[in-house]
Design a protein around this ligand. Sequence first.
Ligand code: NAD
Ligand code: LMR
Length: 327
Amino acid sequence: MSNLVKVAVTGAAGQIGYALLFRLASGEAFGPDTRVALHLLEIPPALKAVEGVVMELNDCAFPLLDNIVITDDANVAFDGVNWALLVGAKPRGKGMERGDLIRENGPIFTTQGKALSKAASDLNVLVVGNPANTNALIAANNADGVPIERFHAMTRLDQNRAYAQLAEKAGVTVNDVSNVTIWGNHSATQYPDAENAKINGKPAYDVIGHHDWLRSEFITTVQKRGAAIIAARGLSSAASAANGAIDHVKSMVNKTPEGHWFSAAVPSDGSYGIAEGIIFSYPVTSDGQGNYSIVQGLSLSDWAKEKIAVTEAELRDERETVADLLK
Ligand code: NAD
Ligand code: LMR
């Protein structure tokens, strides 16, 4: 067993960090033949808590866990890493939108973006900290020498939420659902697309039948799921968010089966008429070697195009709001 993947996780003492690190160390994300080194970045007041998490990681005696670095210096954390999972950022509270965090969390991603220049040449970055799309844009713009295509923001949790809603409505399991796409921003404007989704290979619209539900409650439930969890738990999603990150990594390091895709917010190349450069969630496939392609040619109704225009406009506005943080 000679493969070694170095993975940086920021916000390692946070609630998502706690749900994520053990699954990374177990080998779940990178497979049974790959050892995992963890580079854990935190702010100084949280380093003690990280030490406790590391004690627990060691106490699991994970056979695939290689070594662990703890640091408050992004240059140390990102040195030579193949993956950077950028989780560390403030979560929103009740009554806030994720975009309300933009001026507080955005600056974190300038410093970290710069330090990502120290990473390995095959670096892939997943931004989880909110507002994830625009934080990814900030990091990408500050990371000299790292291709912008390596910066992704997480919409996999939204995709998983959409799968669960469709499966429940159709009375099937999530295994019977496929080809769901989250378009746009990880925010309340995202467009969860059931028009292209399938259930047991048939159009989800035909199987479910309730088109009113598909165009109203389904969409708003997925768009507002994060807020519903905050209202119920008093804290934002953590285990499901960590699960989304694991699923994203797994989808990237394995070749996507023919006819399938997954959702990830990636730099727009103008596909589907979206403004170039914003980090926009699209249907994507992976070649399993760290490269993705945006799925082309999906049909979108005029109604869907209107929804997509709204989420695109929000991301353009967010880009304006952080213009001073972009190089
Ligand atoms: P948390 O408050 O429990 O943990 C955040 C951690 O980040 C803290 O330990 C904090 O010390 C650390 N941190 C802050 N600034 C840092 C910096 N500059 N460098 C390194 N670490 C830093 O929050 P959480 O529940 O783990 O959520 C983290 C972020 O993920 C939030 O912004 C939240 O809104 C977001 N989130 C995104 C999704 C998604 O689907 N994209 C889902 C859930 C949560
Ligand atoms: C989520 O979708 O659960 C996270 O982005 C947390 C939040 O603020 O909703």
